[in-house]
Design a protein around this ligand. Structure first.
Ligand SMILES: *Cc1c(COP(=O)(O)O)cnc(C)c1O
Length: 358
């Protein structure tokens, strides 16, 4: 595939590079963790976790992914245009008011979550494929046990394409909630004649008893925890716009939040909280000149970040915010958040460069 530059920008924009070969390798590595009869799907909600729905979907479909999951019908409709007929597209939010036409026209499979959704589906789109999402303790989305008992015969007769649930604590392997939800899922579904799915990225890593017939990894495809063996997918390099010498007792940035103790060379780089580099990451965050860390000083602004580069022999043209020495999860740690939030916040001002072949 050609290297696509989605949004041409001047020199001032930070450069986001997305390695589609790494996405493909991460999918293959997660697929290899379950046995051959288990299908490995892909979760590409929220613009493929911020990395680009079309680019990611095409590379995964070309790798043999058959089933995709999105959050809402609008995402599914966009994905159907990208993939054409053939792929199965499941919608986590199910069949909500106003969804019927879009679901039918784009051939999407809603995961029905509540008795109202079941009624709506059978009335508005009779005969249209569906799946079911069960609540096994997370209390977020899904039919409760009593609803399932009441509706199970009707649902089984209509033939769901998939019966699913979702784990609340799968990123903590020793958490007792995992075994509890597994028991609950099996209580509710053992013996049914339809395909089942419980595991997202974390659940795949918990082991084969969590895999059932289909797994649904998201964040692991994009290089995020809890998939510690993932290949890095994103790198982000910010141009140095200006450097200056700051004298002792002078301050840097909004609120005079940082004061120089000694003469300090400060570089101002392009990128800020409007690009998803949230204010909470300063202080304590670092960027890299090659393999040399450079501390962020002062507050993150909307468009700019200031960095101490006094210890560098030469200030490079760009400094790495994400790269070989700093992952999405490292940056998330510095900001007191999770990799998922850093990924899905990556801004649209970056010049984007996709590497890899379909
Ligand atoms: C987002 C989501 C996934 C994917 O989860 P990851 O932790 O990103 O692998 C799977 N299932 C459901 C229901 C989800 O909401």
């Amino acid at each position: 595939m050609r290297a696509a530059c989605r949004t041409p920008h001047g020199m001032g924009a930070a450069h986001l590079t997305i390695d589609l070969n790494a996405v493909r390798a991460n999918w293959a590595a997660l697929d290899a963790l379950s046995s051959d009869h288990v299908e490995t799907a892909a979760v590409i909600k929220a613009d493929a976790y911020g990395l680009g729905l079309a680019e990611v979907a095409q590379v995964l479909a070309a790798s043999g992914v058959q089933s995709f999951f999105v959050a809402i019908v609008e995402e599914g409709m966009a994905l159907r245009k990208i993939l054409g007929d053939g792929a199965d597209i499941y919608v986590f939010s199910g069949h909500t008011e106003g969804d019927s036409e879009g679901l039918a026209a784009s051939g999407l499979i809603p995961l029905l979550n509540a008795p109202e959704q079941v009624a709506r589906h059978f009335t508005k789109t009779p005969g249209h494929p569906f799946g079911v999402q069960l609540d096994t303790g997370m209390n977020r989305l899904g039919l409760e046990h009593a609803d399932w008992d009441a509706l199970q015969d009707d649902l089984m007769e209509a033939g769901p394409r998939l019966v699913t649930s979702h784990l609340a604590c799968a990123d903590e392997p020793d958490h007792p909630m995992n075994a509890q939800q597994l028991r609950s899922f099996r209580d509710m579904t053992d013996g049914i004649a339809h395909r089942r799915s419980l595991a997202a990225t974390g659940g795949i890593l918990l082991g084969p008893e969590y895999h059932f017939d289909l797994t649904r990894p998201g964040v692991g495809l994009y290089g995020g925890m809890p998939f510690g063996d993932a290949q890095r997918v994103v790198s982000l390099a910010a141009p140095v716009i200006q450097t200056r010498l700051v004298r002792p007792f002078e301050t840097v940035g909004y609120g005079n939040a940082w004061t120089a103790n000694v003469e300090t060379q400060v570089a101002t780089i392009s990128g800020g909280y409007a690009d998803g580099l949230i204010r909470a990451m300063a202080p304590g965050a670092r960027v890299f000149a090659g393999n040399i860390p450079c501390p962020v000083v002062g507050r993150v602004s909307m468009d700019l970040i200031t960095v101490d580069v006094s210890h560098l022999d030469v200030v490079p043209d760009t400094l790495d915010i994400l790269g070989p020495h700093q992952s999405v999860d490292d940056l998330a740690d510095a900001a007191g958040t999770i990799g998922y939030e850093i990924l899905t916040s990556l801004g649209n001002r970056y010049s984007r460069n996709y590497q890899g072949a379909t």
